[in-house]
Design a protein around this ligand. Structure first.
Ligand SMILES: Cc1ncc(COP(=O)(O)O)c(C=O)c1O
Length: 370
C-alpha cells in the first residue's frame, strides 16, 4: 500500500501570503478573511461562516451567540479536551459531563437524559478523532429536551455521516485550524451556521462588538478580539482550496498505518460507523494488552505520538477543576481513553515515517504482550 503523492503547499501558500504581507500593516485586515469565509461557506454548504483566531474562540463566540450565559447548564462529553469546556466556563455556564458508549464512542444518551435539568440549555457533541456520532440520535435528543446544539467539530473537517457533514447538524458547528488539523493555518478557527443572527452575533463578538448586529450600536456590549490575522487567513485559503486532497491524504495515511498493524498483537482497529465517511483524523486502535494506558505512554516515549500517551488526554470530568462535582465519574469515557491508541498525524508524515511507527508499535506490542 502506498500513499498518494500530495504536492507541497509551500509554494501556493507563499504566493498567497506574500501580497498580504506586502499590504501590512493594513488596518482593515484586508479582504482575505472575508474571501476565506465565502469559500468556506461554499465548501461546507452553509449560508454563514465566521472566521476567528482559534477553535476555542469559535466555540466561545458560538455559545455566546446561542445566549449561553451565567447559570446555564450545558451537556458536554467527558470524552473531550479541556478546550471544549473552557469557553463555556468563560461565559459563566456550567459544564455537565456526559458519558460515552465504549462500543460506538458516541454520547451515552441515557446518561445525558438523566443529567438534563430545568437549567440545561445546550448540548455540545464533540467529534473527537473525527468520529461524529449518530446525527439522527443527536437531533432527536436535542429536540425532545429543547436544547441548542453547538458541535465541537474541531477535528472533524471532512467527516460526514448519513450524508450530513460534521458541524452542520446543530445550530452551529465549530472548527479549529491549529497545526495537526486537516485544514490547518498554524492557528485559527471558524464557525458555520445556517442562522444569520448567530453569524451576526459571532461577527460582533470576535471584534469588540464592532460591527454590531443590525439595530445595535457598535461597542454597546463587551466582547473580545479574536479576529483571524490576515496572513493566517491566506494560509487557510490555500489549504481550503486543496481540502479534498488533504482529507484523502489523511485517510490514506490512516489506512496505511492500520494495514501495517493488522497482525500486531493486542491491537484492533476501531472502524467508523456504517454510513460514516470518516476523515481518518487519527488511526484508532483498541488496546487489548495489560495496562493499556501505560502502553500508549510507552509508545509516546518511543517516538509514536498519540492522544493519551503524548498529550495526556484524560476524561475531562477528572481534571482538577471539575472533580468537586457530586456526580460519579464517567466510566465509559475513562474506559475509551484507557484502551484507545489514537496516533497523532499531520500532513508531514511520510510513508517511511508511518512504516517506522508501525515497526515500533509491533515490536513494542510483542514485547509488552510477553
Ligand atoms: C476537540 C477540540 N476542541 C477544541 C479545540 C480547540 O481548538 P484551538 O486549539 O484551535 O483553540 C481543539 C484543538 O485542539 C480540539 O481538538
Amino acid at each position: 500500500m502506498t500513499l498518494p503523492h500530495v504536492p507541497s503547499g509551500a509554494q501556493p501558500i507563499t504566493e498567497q501570503v506574500t501580497p498580504v504581507l506586502v499590504q501590512m500593516p493594513d488596518p482593515s485586515g484586508g479582504a482575505v478573511a472575508g474571501q476565506l469565509e465565502h469559500e468556506l461557506a461554499e465548501a461546507f454548504g452553509v449560508p454563514y461562516v465566521v472566521a476567528v483566531a482559534s477553535g476555542t474562540a469559535a466555540l466561545q463566540a458560538a455559545l455566546s451567540a446561542c445566549a449561553i450565559g451565567p447559570g446555564d447548564e450545558v451537556l458536554v462529553p467527558a470524552l473531550t479536551v479541556v478546550m471544549t469546556v473552557a469557553p463555556l466556563a468563560a461565559l459563566g455556564a456550567r459544564p455537565v459531563f456526559v458519558d460515552s458508549d465504549p462500543t460506538t464512542l458516541d454520547l451515552d444518551y441515557e446518561d445525558a437524559a438523566r443529567k438534563v435539568t430545568s437549567r440545561t440549555r445546550a448540548i455540545m457533541p464533540v467529534h473527537l478523532w473525527g468520529r461524529m456520532g449518530d446525527p439522527a440520535a443527536l437531533s432527536k435528543f436535542a429536540s425532545v429536551h429543547g436544547l441548542t446544539v453547538v458541535e465541537d467539530a474541531a477535528q472533524a473537517a471532512g467527516t460526514a455521516r448519513d450524508e450530513q457533514r460534521a458541524g452542520t447538524v446543530g445550530t452551529v458547528g465549530c472548527f479549529s485550524m491549529k497545526d495537526g488539523k486537516i485544514l490547518w493555518s498554524g492557528e485559527g478557527g471558524f464557525l458555520v451556521t445556517a442562522r444569520r443572527e448567530i453569524a451576526e452575533h459571532a461577527t460582533a463578538f470576535r471584534s469588540h462588538w464592532q460591527p454590531a448586529p443590525p439595530g445595535q450600536a457598535p461597542q454597546s456590549r463587551l466582547a473580545t478580539n479574536t479576529r483571524l490575522a490576515a496572513p493566517l487567513a491566506a494560509i487557510a485559503l490555500v489549504n481550503l482550496r486543496r481540502l479534498s486532497t488533504l482529507v484523502e491524504f489523511r485517510r490514506a495515511q490512516t489506512r496505511h498505518l492500520l494495514h501495517a498493524l493488522e497482525q500486531a498483537p493486542g491491537l484492533h482497529a476501531l472502524p467508523p460507523a456504517a454510513r460514516e465517511e470518516w476523515n481518518g483524523f487519527a488511526p484508532l486502535l483498541h488496546i487489548d494488552l495489560p495496562n493499556p494506558r501505560a502502553f500508549a505512554e510507552h509508545l509516546a516515549q518511543h517516538g509514536v505520538p498519540n492522544s493519551t500517551g503524548s498529550f495526556r488526554l484524560v476524561p475531562c470530568d477528572t481534571r482538577p477543576m471539575f472533580t468537586n462535582s457530586d456526580r460519579p465519574p464517567c466510566y465509559g469515557a475513562a474506559q475509551i481513553l484507557d484502551h484507545t491508541l489514537a496516533v497523532t498525524l499531520t500532513e508531514r508524515e511520510t510513508e517511511a515515517e508511518l512504516d517506522h511507527y508501525a515497526a515500533v508499535i509491533v515490536r513494542e506490542a510483542n514485547a509488552w504482550a510477553t
